[in-house]
Design a protein around this ligand. Sequence first.
Ligand SMILES: [Zn+2]
Ligand SMILES: [Zn+2]
Ligand SMILES: [Zn+2]
Length: 262
Amino acid sequence: MEIEFLGTGTSVGVPMIGCDCPTCTSDDPRDRRLRVSLLIRYRGAHILIDPSIDFRQQALRAGLKTLDAVLITHAHADHVFGIDDLRALNYRQGAMPCFASAETWQNLYRMFSYAFGPPGPSSRPRLVPHTIGGDCTLCGLHVTPIELPHGDMTTLGFRLNDFAYVTDCCALPDAACERLLGLDTLVLDCVRYKPHPTHLHLEAALAYIARLQPKRAYLTHMAHDIRHAELAPQLPAGVELAYDGLRVAVPSEAVLPASSSN
Ligand SMILES: [Zn+2]
Ligand SMILES: [Zn+2]
Ligand SMILES: [Zn+2]
C-alpha cells in the first residue's frame, strides 16, 4: 500500500488569506498546505479519503485518473467541497462508490441536493452512496470505521489493514483506541500547539501516539502556527509532520474478505 498526502492543512489552508506570519510567508514548500485529503494506492486501486475543497488541484498534482472508492470522514466544507470536481472522473469512468456514515449522508444529501435529486440538463457528480456501519472489505483491504467526537459532530476515522487515518477529532475514546492498536502507520489530527475545542493539539496527539504505539505516525490538519522546519526536529522518534505531496509506502498484507462489501 502507498499513501499520498494530497493536503495537510487546516480548514482555511496555509498560507491563510491575509496573513503575514512566518509560516504563511515561508519559502518552505512543506509550509504550503492544501486542505486535508489522502490518496491510497493498493494493487492498482485508488481510494480517496475526503474530496477536499482543493480536490481539483490535488488530483492534477497526483496524476489521478480513476477512483475505485471515496471514503468520507464527515461533511465539513473543507473535507467535501471537492465533490463537484469528481465529475471529471465520472466522465472517464462513470459513477463511483462513496462510503460515509448515516449522519454524514444526511448532511451530504442536503449540501449536494442537486447531485442526488432527479437528473437535470447540467452535469453533476455521480456517487453511489454506501452507508458504512461496520467493518467491510474494500479493494482487498479490511476497512474498520472508527467513530470520533468532533464538536457537535461524529467523524469517522478509517483503519485499512495496518494503516489508519484519524483526523478531525478532539479525543480518541477507549473504543477507538482499541481499534488502533498494532498499527504500522497512523496519521493523526494535530491542528496547533494550543488546545482546540474540536481538534487534537500537539500534546494530546503525542500522548495518543505514545499510548497506541504505531511503528510510525504522521501529524496532519495543521494550522499556520506550525512551521515545519521549527517543529519537525523536536518530535519524538517515529513521529513526523506530514506535508503535501508526501508519499509513504505502508507494508500491508492482503486480508481475506471478512464480511460484506458494504
Ligand atoms: Zn477538517
Ligand atoms: Zn499565518
Ligand atoms: Zn471537521
